[in-house]
Design a protein around this ligand. Structure first.
Ligand code: MSP
Length: 628
């Protein structure tokens, strides 16, 4: 049977502590790739899980006064739900290395390699890094410390089983050279070739004095080394030696995502296990970069771990996924900051996408009685059709390359282009002219672009595609990537405009309430308050500011003169709604230039997570009346 299934894996995580945003990063990336392939109609196997054996976990369990299994189980449960559940991780299999199916496979493989002479018994003398669970020879240490993490190592001397890596060194090297895609990105590939060229030493693959692990078959004083146990999970999950039909359909993995610090395990030890078994190597092992806090890797032991569940509580799933997938080119290291998450949400989701949707549905309501017009001619929406086709191709190409953030950049370029198209075509002017054909084509083009965007966003964001579609008047969820083809016959569909899909996050609302009391005692005195001059004014004119999606330019009569006020309320009001409206303005602010326009004051407005409303008197007052 040939291969039919697109198989992707994440590393299996140590359940020694709750996971942090760094772990979520790998898993969300794998999820977006899995969803993308499913959307293209492929059958996908997406596997993640937990790496539960080893000395480190044993020590932690001892400290907690629990058996290792009792110690890890609640952490594993928490990882599955709420963590992966709420992040929308659509795994097909979650493997725990403590499961019987896994133990059987590990022992059976170990036995085969022993029988073949690839594993032999000897004496290990050298250094061990406990936090990394890795063995080192004297020559590999850097300043006497672990070359991977820089932490102190401990001296060990014990009887041990060894895996003859050296026997496969040349074959592995040849494989890496002949398959440029095997290790990606290329920088990691060069690193690994250098590592191999320095010479592979046989690897100690068992320990004595540790009880928490899988026993060496026939020699129960020895426990199999955690990395040998852990790497084998990818075989277990594929049904190796247990379900040959499944295994043949699934193997080898198409993509294995790993953090850069564990590329070595996945591109030296892992392929050699497979070579020794006579099993095909994975098509691609991709080593992605780290999320950093300042200059340091985010990590529990670094004391800078950010809890993803807290972020989900605060911002919701799509802003978190969008940030993780878009912010850092996949492969490179990148800084994590919550401010950047807020900015991404406000700029991309609330502003660019949210405004395009609310403007488009509002215009269809006003200029086409709420129904999507027929596409009469391609002459007007041609540019959007072209840009949509380009995004369709670019997303596909980027996802093939695992350039996930590039895929999102292409989608947001299309959104940006559509916003610009509104400014160029000025549907409000077309509505005043007799040119219904152009007006209708423009409205169709915008609606259709948003429909395409809802399809393209489907692998990345969970709730947003349906929210967009609901407002567009579409009932069906997205089913196939090909639906992202521009030109859908939408005539007569009734749009359903609702509140903005992404309310803007006010940084202070989000950050200041982060478990801390907001200090309101240190606030203004009555004298401070009196310094501000609040007055009633009436809006006489109101227009949009070209090239600024958020801004309206208002002319407000303050009892003495007309003032120009530029205000960021455009997502919430149509200009004509405000004409004649009374407002409260702060009259003695120093004028500031906004987009080249001198703004002479500010309007008072209130906002919550859904809406923004300007503050107005409940009875009409003379312009210039003081508000205090
Ligand atoms: N259990 C091993 C993997 C065995 S795979 C056969 C392990 N576990 S881990 O929990 O320590 O980390 C797993 C993965 O989490 C890393 O490879 C990496 O993908 C991810 N990350 C952990 N911290 C990270 C960051 N700060 N940034 C990005 N990814 C990070 O290693």
């Amino acid at each position: 049977m040939g291969r039919q299934v697109w198989y992707i894996t994440t590393p299996i995580y140590y359940p020694s502590d709750n996971l942090h945003v760094g772990h979520a990063y790998t898993t969300v990336a794998a999820d977006a790739l899995a969803r993308f392939h499913r959307l293209r109609g492929e059958e996908v196997l997406f596997v993640t899980g937990t790496d539960e054996h080893g000395q480190k976990i044993q020590k932690k369990a001892d400290q907690a006064g629990l058996s290792p299994l009792d110690f890890v189980t609640p952490i594993v449960d928490y990882i599955r739900n709420p963590l992966w559940q709420r992040l929308g991780i659509s795994y097909d299999d979650f493997i725990r290395t403590t499961e019987p199916r896994h133990r059987e496979v590990v022992q059976s493989i170990f036995q085969t390699l022993l029988d073949q002479g690839d594993i032999y018994k000897g004496v290990y003398e050298g250094w061990y890094c406990l936090p990394d669970e890795s063995y080192w020879t004297e020559s590999k240490l850097i300043d006497g410390r672990c070359p991977d993490c820089g932490r102190p190592v401990e001296r060990v001397r014990q009887e041990s089983y060894f895996f003859r890596l050296s026997r496969y060194q040349d074959r592995l090297r040849a494989h890496i050279v002949e398959h440029p895609d095997f290790i990606q990105p290329p920088s990691r590939r060069h690193e690994m070739l250098n590592f191999i060229d320095a010479g592979l030493e046989d690897l100690s693959v068992s320990r004595t004095g540790v009880s928490w692990g899988i026993a060496v078959p026939g020699d129960p004083d020895h426990v199999i080394y955690v990395w040998f146990d852990a790497l084998t999970n990818y075989l277990t999950a594929a049904g190796y030696r247990q379900d040959s039909e499944r295994f043949n359909a699934v193997w080898p993995p198409n993509v294995q995502l790993v953090g850069k610090e564990i590329v070595r395990f996945h591109t030296v030890i892992w392929p050699i296990i497979l070579m020794a078994l006579g099993v095909a190597l994975p098509t691609r092992v991709f080593g992605h970069g780290w999320l950093l806090i300042g200059q340091a890797k985010m990590g529990k032991s670094m004391g800078n771990a950010v809890d993803p569940v807290e972020l989900l509580d605060r911002y919701g799933v799509d802003p978190v996924r969008h940030y993780l997938l878009r912010e850092v080119p996949f492969g490179a290291d990148g800084s994590y900051t919550e401010e950047a998450l807020i900015l991404r949400t406000n700029v991309d989701l609330a502003n660019d996408l949210g405004n395009l949707l609310s403007r488009t549905t509002a215009m269809i309501e006003r200029f086409a009685q709420g129904r999507v017009p027929a596409r009469i001619a391609e002459r007007d929406d041609g540019i959007l059709a072209q840009e949509a086709a380009r995004a369709y191709r670019e997303v596909e190409a980027a996802m093939e390359q695992l350039a996930i953030s590039d895929a999102l950049t292409s989608i947001f370029r299309l959104i940006g282009r559509a916003n610009k198209y509104i400014e160029e075509k000025k549907p409000w002017d077309l509505a005043r002219s007799d040119d219904r054909v152009t007006l209708h084509n423009v409205l169709y083009g915008l609606w259709e672009t948003l429909r395409v965007v809802s399809v393209l966003l489907t692998p990345f964001l969970l709730e947003t595609p349906d929210k967009i579609r609901e407002q567009l008047g579409l009932e069906q969820p997205v089913e196939n990537y090909r639906e992202a083809w521009f030109g859908f016959d939408a005539e007569g569909i009734v749009v359903r405009r609702q509140a903005p899909i992404f309310p803007r996050i006010e940084k202070n609302d989000a950050l200041a309430t982060d478990g801390k009391e907001v200090d309101i005692t240190a606030s203004a005195t009555i004298d401070d308050f009196r310094k501000l001059d609040f007055r009633i004014g009436t809006v006489r004119r109101c227009e949009v500011v070209d090239g600024a999606d958020r801004l309206l330019k208002l002319t407000v009569f303050d009892g003495q003169r007309d003032r120009t006020i530029v205000s960021g309320i455009r997502p919430y009001y149509r200009p004509e709604e405000l004409i004649g409206q009374q407002v409260v303005l702060v009259a003695n602010l120093k004028p500031v230039k906004v987009r080249g326009i001198m703004s002479e004051g500010m309007l008072l407005a209130g906002s919550d997570s859904q809406e923004l409303s300007i503050v107005a008197p409940t009875k009409r007052l003379a312009e210039g009346a003081r508000v205090k």
